[in-house]
Every structure is written in structure tokens, then in C-alpha cells.
Design a protein around this ligand. Structure first.
Ligand code: FAD
Ligand code: SF4
Length: 510
């Protein structure tokens, strides 16, 4: 009898737990491209191409290492279109009695796999995904008994347990856990941006691009030019370029936005990390080395490491801790459908047009664009969380529910009622103007709150506070904002309400 080792599309790491004790003489590795995984949400064309091409390259690497790989392509005649169907076919073909798989990143698939043992009459072993630095048990233990599950405290535990940026005395490097206050500069007009590494598609990628255009031509996004890394070697090269050319400025301009460049000094590695082409600890250790070598300042390196051992690990633990109920919460009772411009980018709001346009072209927007532009607008306009989550899942190359959901549902929309964020990340156009150069060329006036050409973020912001003031009254972190609302003159408040109503009734015209 044979053991089947199933490798999912985002498990492209040679050290993955499902391969730990694989026997090259007797075991079969199954990798399957299935239409269900490309369409359960209609992912960005670039994301599908990235995953399929990286899978094909990884399968070749495994074969070169001596493994017997059964690889099913999307257009194979007998492809059943589902992971369960392909596993069933492989069990029959290879007379397998055991399936070993590393726990999937998404709850829906983990639940599905739980049915396989009975339905397919095999032993199914789901193993922990130990590519994360905190196991789910570690997160659950940390969370147990806490009133609030704040990332900052989890992050400190992670610093202690990994030893990253810790002194020999067990203190945080530089005497502080967090250098965020140094990381809020806007863009200096003279700055040049290094841009991420770009790779020319090889024959394998060319084949995938043709397949994706043929089968998923109606999905969001432009497919070409396609310049993503599709192998571990390429991803490491891309990350190396970041360390040298962007990390030194990463911290200072982490929150900035500009018309001039989609990537600024960001690493653009989330899609590679999430696929398994890069290793979370290794990238943090490399950033730490750059600090010790004097090649990057502490505010940049701490900021980068916090995103990974802090935010990335935290949202993953939180997702599994809170699912499935988490996804159904809608604390602010937001119900409005997503306006069309989220798909077309056709809006007079320059900040939104930029964030959506680069998302369409690159399957990428950086964190502040996702949180404070598209996310902030969705929050202020009361867009329905299911629609917004669906959008974020459909449009980014790095989108996987374990990381998308806590970020969108929790951080951006506050639909979880404050599990991720102690207060909503609501902001008026003033914030966007401070952190970007978008407002200068916008059809709307960022300094106006009412009137037909006033920045929509302004009236929507005050109206959002007004609509939810009772709910936020006991939140001490909202006190200043609510006081400002209270101080607003009655006629201005009335005009703001009228402007907000007009905007909300005509979202598609913005
Ligand atoms: P950098 O800014 O260079 O940061 C370095 C790395 O830190 C990232 O590659 C990423 O792995 C990690 N990181 C940074 N912030 C976060 C975060 N908040 N949560 C988890 N990891 C983080 N990230 C995804 O990987 N997939 C998603 O589907 C996703 N959806 C998001 C939705 C919303 C509404 C928001 C606000 C954020 C979302 N993020 C998501 C987090 C973050 O925006 C992206 O990880 C980041 O923009 C990726 O770009 P980068 O690689 O250049 O990151
Ligand atoms: Fe965005 Fe308002 Fe600035 Fe226009 S004026 S770019 S809508 S924040």
C-alpha cells in the first residue's frame, strides 16, 4: 500500500511537514491544479498564474530530488475540478491507504478534508503547518483568559521566543519594542523608488499564462506583463534586492502613498511568503543581519520584523482561534453593496483610483492603501463586510482567507467589534492628504467638508462618527473624535449630514 502526500498550492516549501518523513521509494506526492480553488472566489488572474506556475516549478524540483510526483494540470482531460476528486482518483490509481497533508491555511478546506477519511475510505493525517513561528497551540495558550487579544503584546512574546532584536540581557534592541513613531513620514518629492525585482516568464509560465487567459479571462485584473518570481531561487533574489535597496527606507516611508509609484520601499514578498517560496524566520533574520551590519536602521528593521512575527503570525493565530463565527460578525450592521468603481477604478477620487488601478495591474497595493484608502472608504460608507471581504480575496496576489479576513473584517471594517483593533481605523481626507500626494490632483477638495466638490472622505467620516456615536461612547480611544463631533456647529452638522446622504445615495457617481 502507498502513502499519498498531498501538497496544496500554497505549500511550496521543501521542508513542509507533510514531506518530513516521505519515503522516496514508496510514497507518491500528489499536486493538483483544480478549478474549484481558482473560482470559489474569482481570484485575480495574476494570482492564479503565480500559484499554478510556482506549483509546476516546485513539482519539477521535487522530481529532481527523486520524489515520485503525480501532477494534475488544470486542463488534463480527467481532472475532476476538486481536491477531493483528485485525491480520490489518486488513491484508486496508486492503491493508497493513507493521505498525509499539512493543515490548509483556510478553514473551509480544513473542514472539507475532515470528511475525506470516511468518504474516501482512507486514513487521513492532517499535520500542523510548522512554517509559522507560533503554533496554533502557542497562540491559543497566549489568548487564554485574556480580555483583549492585542497584537502588540503577542508581538513582544514573539520577540522573546524568537530572540529577534533582543539583547543578551533579554531587553528589546534600542530599549523600545516599537519604533512606529519614526515611521510616519510622507514622501519627499526628490525620492527615487527601487521597485521590486521583475522576472521574464519562462516556458512553464508562458504555458500557464495562456491557460489562465483562456479559462479565467473574466476574472478581475490584467494578466500581463507578468513579472512575479515563481521559484524559491527567484523569490530569494527579489527579497535580497529589497534588503539592499529598500529596507533602509522601509520604516520611514512605511505609511506613505504617492501617485509616482505603487511599491515605494515595501518588500512585495507577501505573495511569496504565503506560497511558501520564502521562509518567515529567514527573512526576519536577514533583516536583523542588515541592522547588525549597519546597513539598515533599527526603525526600519524593527518595523519590518514586526509585520512578520507580529502581524502575520498574530492574524493567523487569531483566524483559527475565532473561526467560524468570526466571519459572520457585522458589529456596525453595514449593509451597503460595493460600488462598481471598486472593480473598474473609474472614480474621480484620485486616492481610490490609484489604489484600485494598481491593484488591477499588479495584484498589489501596500498596507496603508488597503487599510486607509479602500478599507477606510468601505468602513465610512458602511459597505457590507461580505462584499468587502470578497473583493479583497479577489484582487490581491497574496490573498488567503487566514490573513485577508482578520485584516479586512477586523482591522479595516471593525466588523468583529474590536477583537483586532481597539478602535476603528476611520479617517477623513486629512489623513490621506498628510500621507500622500494624491489630493493635489484630485477633482475633490480635501479642505472642504460640505458642498458638491468637497472630499467625500470628510463628510463620510463625520457622518460615520455621528451614526455610531452611541456605540462608541464608552470607547476611551474614541473620546477625542466624539468631542470634536460634539463641538461641531449645528448648521455645519446638518450640512455634513446632507452631503453624506447625498454621497451615500450616489456612490456610483463619485
Ligand atoms: P511589507 O509592507 O513589505 O511588509 C512585510 C511583510 O509583513 C508582508 O509581506 C506581509 O507578509 C507581512 N505583513 C505586513 N502587514 C501585515 C498584516 N497586517 N497582516 C499580515 N501580514 C502582514 N496580507 C496578505 O498577505 N494577504 C492578504 O490577503 C491581505 N489582505 C489585507 C487586507 C486588508 C484590508 C489590509 C489592511 C491588509 C491586508 N494584508 C494582507 C496585509 C498587508 O497589507 C500585506 O501583507 C502587505 O501590504 C503586503 O505587501 P508587502 O509584501 O510589500 O509588505
Ligand atoms: Fe482622496 Fe479626498 Fe484626497 Fe481626493 S481629496 S485624493 S478623494 S482624500
Amino acid at each position: 500500500m502507498t502513502t499519498l502526500r498531498l501538497i496544496l498550492g500554497d505549500q511550496l516549501s521543501p521542508g513542509i511537514s507533510s514531506l518530513a518523513d516521505a519515503n522516496k521509494d514508496t510514497d507518491v506526492i500528489l499536486m493538483a491544479e483544480v478549478v474549484d480553488e481558482c473560482t470559489y472566489v474569482k481570484h485575480h488572474k495574476k494570482k492564479i498564474a503565480l500559484v499554478l506556475s510556482a506549483m509546476r516549478h516546485f513539482a519539477n524540483d521535487l522530481r529532481s530530488d527523486g520524489f515520485d510526483v503525480a501532477y494534475v494540470q488544470l486542463d488534463d482531460a480527467d481532472n475532476t475540478g476538486s481536491l477531493k476528486g483528485e485525491t480520490k482518483r489518486a488513491i484508486q490509481h496508486h492503491t493508497a491507504d493513507t493521505v498525509v497533508v499539512t493543515q490548509p491555511g483556510e478553514y473551509r478546506l480544513a473542514q472539507d478534508i475532515k470528511t475525506w477519511a470516511d468518504d474516501l475510505n482512507v486514513k487521513v493525517e492532517q499535520r500542523e503547518d510548522d512554517r509559522f513561528l507560533a503554533s496554533l497551540d502557542t497562540f491559543n495558550t497566549w489568548a487564554q483568559g485574556r480580555k483583549e487579544l492585542r497584537m502588540e503584546y503577542f508581538y513582544r512574546e514573539m520577540r522573546r521566543s524568537t530572540g529577534l532584536l533582543m539583547t543578551d540581557e533579554g531587553k528589546p534592541e534600542g530599549g523600545q519594542w516599537n519604533f512606529d513613531k519614526d515611521n510616519r513620514s510622507s514622501i519627499d518629492p526628490g525620492l527615487d523608488f527601487p521597485g521590486p525585482s521583475q522576472f521574464t516568464p519562462d516556458d512553464i509560465t508562458q504555458g500557464v499564462l495562456a491557460l489562465v487567459e483562456e479559462q479565467f479571462g473574466d476574472h478581475f485584473g490584467t494578466l500581463e506583463p507578468f513579472t512575479f518570481a515563481v521559484t524559491r531561487e527567484q523569490a530569494e533574489h527579489a527579497f535580497g534586492r529589497f534588503i539592499i535597496h529598500a529596507l533602509p527606507q522601509f520604516g520611514t516611508y512605511q505609511d506613505a502613498m504617492t501617485d509616482r509609484d505603487p511599491f515605494l520601499f515595501h518588500s512585495v514578498i507577501s505573495a511569496y511568503l504565503n506560497l511558501g517560496l520564502l521562509d518567515a524566520y529567514a527573512v526576519c533574520a536577514a533583516a536583523q543581519n542588515a541592522y547588525h551590519a549597519g546597513d539598515a536602521p533599527l526603525n526600519a528593521v524593527e518595523g519590518f520584523i514586526r509585520q512578520i512575527i507580529g502581524w502575520r503570525e498574530y492574524v493567523r493565530g487569531l483566524y483559527w482561534h475565532q473561526m467560524p463565527r468570526y466571519k459572520t460578525r457585522n458589529q456596525l450592521q453595514a449593509q451597503r453593496p460595493l460600488p462598481d468603481f471598486y472593480w473598474t477604478g473609474d472614480t474621480k477620487m484620485t486616492c481610490m483610483a490609484h489604489a484600485i488601478g494598481q491593484t488591477r495591474d499588479h495584484a498589489y497595493a501596500h498596507h496603508i492603501q488597503r487599510l486607509m484608502v479602500t478599507g477606510n472608504f468601505a468602513l465610512l460608507a458602511g459597505l457590507a463586510p461580505d462584499d468587502v471581504n470578497d473583493w479583497y480575496m479577489r484582487v490581491y496576489a497574496d490573498a488567503y482567507e487566514w490573513v485577508e479576513l482578520p485584516n479586512t473584517h477586523g482591522m479595516a471594517l471593525w466588523a468583529d467589534g474590536g477583537i483586532v483593533g481597539s478602535k476603528p481605523y476611520a479617517a477623513s481626507g486629512k489623513y490621506i492628504n498628510r500621507m500622500s500626494d494624491h489630493c493635489k490632483d484630485c477633482a475633490y477638495d480635501v479642505n472642504e467638508q460640505t458642498g458638491d466638490t468637497a472630499c467625500p472622505f470628510n463628510a463620510l467620516y463625520w457622518d460615520f462618527l455621528d451614526r455610531h456615536k452611541t456605540q462608541f461612547a464608552k470607547n476611551s480611544r474614541m473620546g477625542l473624535m466624539l468631542k470634536s463631533l460634539d463641538r461641531m456647529a449645528d448648521d455645519k452638522r446638518r450640512a455634513t449630514r446632507t452631503r453624506a446622504k447625498n454621497l451615500l445615495d450616489n456612490l456610483d457617481a463619485l
